[in-house]
Ligand binder design. Structure first.
Ligand code: HEC
Length: 195
């Protein structure tokens, strides 16, 4: 009888432990879907502004608008969604877009995959980390250079002199030129603090 009691207590305990573990389990699939949603929406918003202004006034107008709105839009989107979105790169134009440790790791990994022709637009890194005593989910995806990007991120002979001048004026330490189509431009980085 005593054994039976002990046995049932053990069973209850193991069921409890298993169910607690399951609750703690990091639901990677759900976070991936959520973060991919943010990434697509935010980048589409930014691209929409870029395309609209390129159509209306060419790259010169687009640089004017982008330099004023890119950071504001990024911060606004982050606030509204309760996350932190960034676009970061070693060769940044805006120094605010300097990568932190997680983002450097992501860029290095993506660059390595890219050199082996294994990097795609779907490649992502998702991790739960501790930052300032809080659990944070971090996410990164690559950003590639496409043809229209060369107007402002390509070689010096592609960027028009007026655009180059304005970029120099707004970003004296610009490092974001000299790219070719298909290059890894940087990463989109999203973090969410878990309550
Ligand atoms: C009209 C000029 C223009 C075009 C075209 C353009 N960009 Fe940019 N890009 C900028 C400017 C200006 C900034 C800095 C914005 C800021 O201050 O936040 C920037 C910043 C970025 C950043 C953030 C990192 C950094 O360097 O500060 C990424 C990533 C980026 N661009 C990728 C692209 C990609 C990919 C394309 C093509 C789809 C593209 N850009 C097209 C002007 C342009």
């Amino acid at each position: 009888m005593r054994y039976l009691k002990l046995f049932s207590i053990l069973i209850i305990l193991s069921v409890l432990i298993v169910s607690c573990k399951q609750e703690e389990k990091f639901d990677e699939k759900a976070y991936s879907a959520e973060f991919n949603g943010y990434s697509t929406e935010y980048l589409a918003g930014l691209k929409g502004i870029l395309i609209k202004n390129m159509k209306e006034g060419g790259p010169l107008k687009a640089v004017k608008v982008c330099s004023d709105t890119a950071q504001a839009l990024t911060n606004l989107y982050s606030d509204v969604m309760g996350i932190t979105v960034k676009r970061v790169s070693y060769q940044n134009r805006n120094v605010n877009d300097t990568p932190d440790e997680f983002e450097k790791e992501a860029i290095n990994k993506f660059a390595e995959l890219h050199s082996q022709n294994k990097l795609t637009a779907e490649t992502e890194i998702l991790k739960k980390v501790k930052m300032n005593e809080k659990e944070v989910v971090r996410f990164a995806k690559p950003i590639f250079i496409e043809a229209p990007c060369l107007n402002c991120h390509g070689d010096a002979n592609i960027i028009s002199p007026a655009v180059a001048e304005l970029i120099k004026e707004k970003y004296p330490n610009d490092k974001a030129t000299g790219y070719k189509i298909g290059d890894l431009r940087g990463v989109i980085s999203i973090s969410k603090v878990l309550e």
